[in-house]
Design a binder for this molecule. Structure first.
Ligand SMILES: N[C@@H](CCC(=O)N[C@@H](CS)C(=O)NCC(=O)O)C(=O)O
Length: 225
């Protein structure tokens, strides 16, 4: 049985959980990180010596780094579907996954922290506007690409859409004015029709640390997603 270690509200864990659900995999979620702890244990260091989430165990095989996990799951359980079999199409998927991490994730996650994870009276409008502009500037590159393609690799949804789809949910759900990005918005609406995206990415993310802790407790009592 596949084990996914992490907390389901963590930005690096969500792509792994979404992938497992797109692939229809049976897995157990081992709640770890944040208030769930466990990262300091010797047992966890054997799974991920960085003591970070996410990590997986697939039988005896352990793997960490979220994008490596997404690729592994798609290669092993979704070859020819989420992991394109054509080498160049696969390379385009890789390109957008790397670009998500190197270019889009940073400004969007800092924008998320500066808004959702900061109490309203402590928010800095200048910083928020700067991060919004950086995020928008990055996403204009994706917008131009999506003008000719419904998904990042062409006609089909692939692993190339997964990290960026997680970034997009945060970008479109923080409380800021956003300049239009028509092609990214249309692609986001396409993703929003996918049940696995609705159930595992489009989650309420709490507006203050107390609410966030309460979400984690609720999640712990659910035991699974
Ligand atoms: N590059 C790593 C980053 C992992 C990472 O930063 N994980 C954070 C959560 S998003 C973490 O483990 N934080 C400690 C915690 O959640 O307790 C990946 O993509 O897997």
């Amino acid at each position: 049985m596949l084990e996914i270690w992490g907390r389901p509200y963590s930005s690096n864990v969500i792509p792994v959980i979404w992938t497992a659900n797109e692939l229809g995999l049976d897995y157990t979620l081992q709640l770890a990180g944040g208030s769930f702890g466990k990262l300091e244990t010797d047992a966890y260091a054997k799974i991920n010596p960085n003591r970070m989430i996410p990590a997986i165990k697939d039988g005896d095989f352990a793997l960490w780094e979220s994008l490596s996990i997404v690729r592994y799951l798609c290669d092993r359980y979704g070859a020819g579907m989420l992991s394109p079999s054509d080498i160049q199409t696969r390379a385009i998927a890789d390109q957008w996954m790397e670009w998500s991490a190197s270019r889009a994730f940073g400004p969007v996650i800092y924008l998320f922290f500066a808004t959702v994870r900061t109490q309203p009276d402590r928010r800095d409008p200048t910083k928020i506007e700067k991060l919004r502009d950086e995020a928008h500037e990055a996403l204009t590159i994706l917008d131009a690409h999506l003008a000719d393609h419904p998904y990042v690799c062409g006609d089909d949804f692939t692993m190339g859409d997964i990290p960026l789809g997680c970034v997009a949910y945060r970008y479109f759900n923080v409380e800021v004015e956003r300049p239009p990005l028509p092609n990214v918005e249309a692609w986001y609406r396409r993703l929003a029709q996918r049940p696995a995206y609705q159930n595992h990415v489009m989650r309420h993310f709490g507006t203050n640390p107390d609410e966030w802790a309460a979400l984690e407790k609720a999640c712990a009592s659910e035991g699974v997603l």
